[in-house]
Design a protein around this ligand. Structure first.
Ligand code: KG4
Length: 299
């Protein structure tokens, strides 16, 4: 069975073909980063226009690249709302994207339990906002991570917000602390140290809360997804700290951490296999908490 996945939920146009026998047959991804960079963030009107412009050419490129004919496609899966994380994986999912930071227990397709989430800025958002303060281009995460490689993560003791409370995340105070520190430094350029210390505060918080959630639920597998899961320091720290509690962290290759068509094609295949499919009417759900996704067994 071949499933076409279409991802157009934000600023990437991603298309992919997932084959139940052969795995990923091909994928194409077009990023609108350049288009939005001069505005410092995603402009929704420009984003949708650009998706329309790119979809058909990308579809043709995908078919050519993979050698699949249009008539070979059995089903189409598209992102209907945020957080459509279809990988059938019982275990644990931390979503650390630009829009949300959530700790979610995943017991099967459509069976998700929200354990904790960000009440203000998500991790990716904090990366982007601090990058903007430092004059780094959008999207900020990868740029901060790069600068942090030359800095000292212990140079500044930035706060780890709500570390000892429940599984809630709050990163807006951290952003303010960075801004105060930058003002104090004035003309002194300590950008690499700021970047490294800020990144360490975010990573430390994400790691400690993930460990707490694993202990609380007794689960042993942590899946990290979303743009921030591409962060090297986060991966290193999770690998080290989870080994101590005999748990394991799973993540995708960096290119598949942000929005892409492959995750949608695979999610669509899992749902189809579980007997869940819709007709040809197209619907969208801009705000769609994962916990409200249906479980195919109950659908
Ligand atoms: O999951 P995603 O595409 O977000 C939404 O769809 O909302 O992830 C984008 C976010 C951006 O905030 C970006 O700065 C961050 O992921 N990001 C990173 C890294 N790569 C992307 N943050 C930290 N380190 C990275 N290497």
């Amino acid at each position: 069975m071949i499933v076409l996945g279409l991802e157009t939920s934000c600023d990437e146009t991603g298309l992919a073909l997932y084959d139940s026998e052969l795995g990923l047959r091909g994928q194409v991804l077009y990023s609108q980063i350049k288009l939005h960079a001069e505005y410092g963030g995603v402009v929704p009107e420009l984003a949708s226009r650009d998706h329309v412009r790119k979809l058909i050419p990308l579809m043709n490129e995908l078919l050519e690249q993979s050698g699949v004919k249009k008539s070979d496609i059995d089903a189409v899966a598209y992102t209907r709302g945020p957080g459509l994380m279809g990988a059938l994986m019982t275990g644990f999912v931390a979503l650390v994207s630009g829009g949300h930071s959530q700790l979610m227990a995943a017991y099967g397709i459509g069976q998700y339990e929200l354990l904790g989430e960000s009440i203000d800025d998500a991790a990716g958002e904090a990366f982007d906002k601090v990058a903007k303060m430092m004059g780094l281009p959008y999207p900020g995460g990868p740029n901060i991570a790069k600068l942090a490689e030359q800095g000292d993560p212990n140079a500044f003791a930035f706060p780890r917000p709500m570390l000892h409370q429940d599984l809630t995340f709050s990163f807006s105070g951290l952003k303010t602390a960075v801004s105060v520190q930058m003002k104090k430094l004035g003309d002194e350029n300590r950008d690499a140290d700021i970047a490294a210390s800020f990144q360490e505060a975010i990573v430390d918080t994400l790691v400690k809360k993930s460990v707490k959630a694993l202990k609380q639920t007794g689960l042993k597998r942590l899946v990290i997804a979303g743009g921030v899961s591409a962060n090297k320091r986060l991966r290193e720290r999770l690998e080290a700290d989870l080994a101590k509690i005999k748990a394991k962290v799973y993540y995708a290759e960096p290119a598949l951490c942000t929005d892409n068509g492959a995750m949608i094609a695979f999610a669509g295949y899992q749902r189809l296999k579980a007997g869940q499919q819709d007709g040809l009417s197209v619907t969208t759900t801009p705000r769609w908490p994962m916990t409200e996704l249906t479980n195919p067994e109950q659908a």
